[in-house]
Design a protein around this ligand. Structure first.
Ligand SMILES: C[S@@+](CC[C@H](N)C(=O)[O-])C[C@H]1O[C@@H](n2cnc3c(N)ncnc32)[C@H](O)[C@@H]1O
Length: 272
């Protein structure tokens, strides 16, 4: 029998066996048409190549590959971010970190901000977009992540106000450079927690035995550098250890901020 050269939307969606909304969004991605078009034109057929692409993506999705890695896009704070499997997919919790900064830094302020462990650049790019006078340094240990972050800075028209530097934590910052604020969503998962996120890079996730190895080091560097304030994303379970660390710090006060689900999610440090 001659193979069918095209497939219709309904039969492809049925065979894909995906969450209906994800299936429809994936079709819209493959066809490069808005979902509203597909809803209005259910008679649309796919070419054999499009049908093959869709079926391959649907198979990956059923195997658990995150949706954002299949389409190469993730929304964050109202902006579109290009993502690859070399970067963490931006999370909604992290939008609250951005919110905290935007609630404190004025649009007219020429603030200097360091985003440590920038990944896709979601924090650095969003801050640069919404704070038109700010200057940002975005650092990461991963060269591949920096390639993605630079692409996102270009796409959002903020390349000129973000300096990308490769290095560990604040090692890429000179002692003579002054900054108002450090923001960071560093790897903070323990080895046991890693199995829950099998598709994203370990370098973006693993924070040592208690998940705090990098966060603890960064706090020491922030204080050593005399940076006035910092907001760091953390795991809720780390609150007791960070309380003990915070209590030992001189010249700074600290507080915790919860995420929208009420879980302790951010450690905030301010110079006295
Ligand atoms: C949890 S991801 C966060 C990415 C991004 N900031 C976000 O919120 O989506 C952590 C990032 O830190 C980077 N990283 C890991 N170890 C680092 C280190 N020692 N110094 C700087 N960056 C590091 C990883 O490559 C990864 O991009």
């Amino acid at each position: 029998m001659k193979p069918r050269t095209t497939r219709n939307l309904a039969s492809l969606l049925l065979a894909a066996n995906l969450d209906p909304r994800e299936g429809r969004d994936l079709l819209s991605h493959v066809l490069k048409k808005p979902t509203s078009y597909l809803i209005a034109h259910p008679e649309t057929t796919l070419t054999p190549v499009q049908a093959k692409n869709f079926t391959a993506l649907a198979t990956k999705r059923r195997r658990g590959v995150p949706y954002a890695y299949l389409t190469g896009h993730q929304g964050f704070y109202g902006l579109d971010f290009f993502v690859t499997n070399n970067v963490l997919i931006p999370r909604p919790e992290t939008e609250q970190l951005v919110d905290w900064v935007l609630g404190r830094v004025k649009k007219t302020e020429a603030a200097t901000i360091v985003d440590v462990g920038t990944g896709s650049g979601c924090i650095a790019v969003t801050l640069a977009r919404y704070l038109p006078k700010a200057h940002v340094i975005a650092s990461d240990l991963s060269e591949k992540a920096l390639v993605v972050a630079k692409k996102n800075a270009r796409a959002n028209g903020v390349s000129k106000r973000i300096a990308f530097r490769r290095g560990s934590l604040l090692a890429c910052v000179k002692a003579s450079e002054n900054f108002d604020l450090v923001v960071a969503n560093l790897p903070y998962l323990t080895k046991a927690q890693l199995k829950n996120v099998p598709h994203e890079p370990k370098l973006a996730l693993h924070g040592g035995t208690r998940g705090l190895a990098l966060i603890e080091k960064l706090i020491t560097q922030i204080i050593g550098h005399g940076i006035a304030s910092a907001i760091l994303e953390i795991d809720p379970a780390q609150k007791p250890w960070l309380t003990a660390i915070g209590d030992r710090i001189h010249g700074y006060r600290y507080e915790f901020l919860s995420d929208l689900a009420g879980r302790t999610r951010f450690f905030i440090l301010k110079e006295n």
